[in-house]
Design a binder for this molecule. Structure first.
Ligand code: SAM
Length: 293
């Protein structure tokens, strides 16, 4: 059972020297003007996420996924009314054990942090985790997805979720892309952000990775000559997808050993990026997903 440390309503408790909360204590916060609340709400902005290396995960399931996957949690925030739930108490105890803060807050504070009228009752602030491209060492079974200049956080989150669903090892973001730790992207992963490795690579760093890739590099292109169903996906596979607007650049297409297209009929000129990635990933994983998977 965690101890409750009362603080005057709306007043931020000064951190103890070293910035730590008393071990096992839950801080009660009711004011949206509380500096800790402002600091956490500020993580909605990319510049603050970048500066602090932290991000917001909203919802009990998402936070439990992150904690159970061993991610470093900085702060657990929950609605006072949710504090008696056994799972919330377990998360609070784990957060404390890992040196994090635990805040019991009002609905108004939750709404301020999540910028929503109907906020989730549990929010976790986690430390970001990225894999350096030069440390990627694919095994024969591995599938990695590389996305060039993806712009839409919903697409990115959906792709991370789909990559998780087929057992892919990770997602590499090439060039200037949307922040994978934005609240929208994290929400769209439905917890898979904690289970799929994420890497960011500049164009030259991706070219280096492609140069030492030990298996197939398959790019997708609307004008590719080959039907995606005729390609060989013996691992390790690096699947390369173009951005929503510009598609695959010639420079990145040149790094691919094969270019494939997903045949379409009707009048759509292309598939949505996340849909196309899903089609490709399920084709690549076809054999390993047979039977009960
Ligand atoms: N205007 C862009 C273009 O000309 O490529 C459309 C990009 S599309 C929305 C985003 C990415 O999804 C593409 O770069 C490609 O990787 C993939 N994609 C979408 N539809 C595809 C298809 N029918 N065949 C192969 N790849 C496709």
């Amino acid at each position: 059972m965690v101890a409750v440390m009362k603080t005057p309503a709306g007043e931020a408790r000064r951190p103890r020297p070293g910035g730590a909360q008393s071990p096992g204590a839950v801080k009660e916060v009711s004011s949206v003007a509380n500096p800790v609340v402002k600091e956490i709400a500020g993580l909605a902005l990319a510049k603050n996420r970048k500066a602090s290396g932290r991000f917001i995960a909203e919802g009990l399931k998402l936070v439990a996924d992150g904690v159970d996957a061993g991610w470093a949690i900085d702060t657990l925030v929950y609605a006072a009314a949710a504090g008696a739930q056994p799972l919330v108490q377990r998360l609070a105890a784990t957060c404390h054990a890992r040196g994090g803060r635990v805040l019991s807050v009002t609905d108004a504070v939750l709404a301020k942090i999540s910028r929503r009228d109907n906020p989730q009752t549990v929010i976790g602030i986690f430390h970001q985790r990225l894999t350096a491209p030069e440390t990627i060492r694919p095994t024969a079974e591995d599938v990695w997805v590389a996305l060039e200049q993806v712009r839409d956080p919903g697409n990115l989150g959906t792709i991370v979720r789909t990559a998780d669903a087929v057992g892919a090892a990770g997602v590499i973001l090439i060039g200037a892309t949307v922040d994978p730790f934005s609240p929208e992207a994290v929400r769209a992963t439905m917890g898979s952000i904690f289970h799929v490795a994420l890497a960011k690579a500049s164009a030259p760093a991706f070219a280096t990775l492609a140069g030492r890739w030990p298996g197939r590099i398959v790019g997708t292109h609307l004008a590719a000559p080959t039907d995606y169903r005729s390609e060989d996906y013996t691992g390790p596979v690096l699947l390369v997808m173009g951005g929503e607007q510009a598609g695959l650049s010639p420079a990145v297409a040149d790094l691919c050993g094969a270019l494939v297209r997903i045949p379409m009929t009707g009048r759509a000129d292309s598939l949505n990026l996340a849909v196309a990635t899903g089609v490709m990933l399920f084709e690549i994983a076809r054999d390993r997903l047979r039977g009960d998977g």
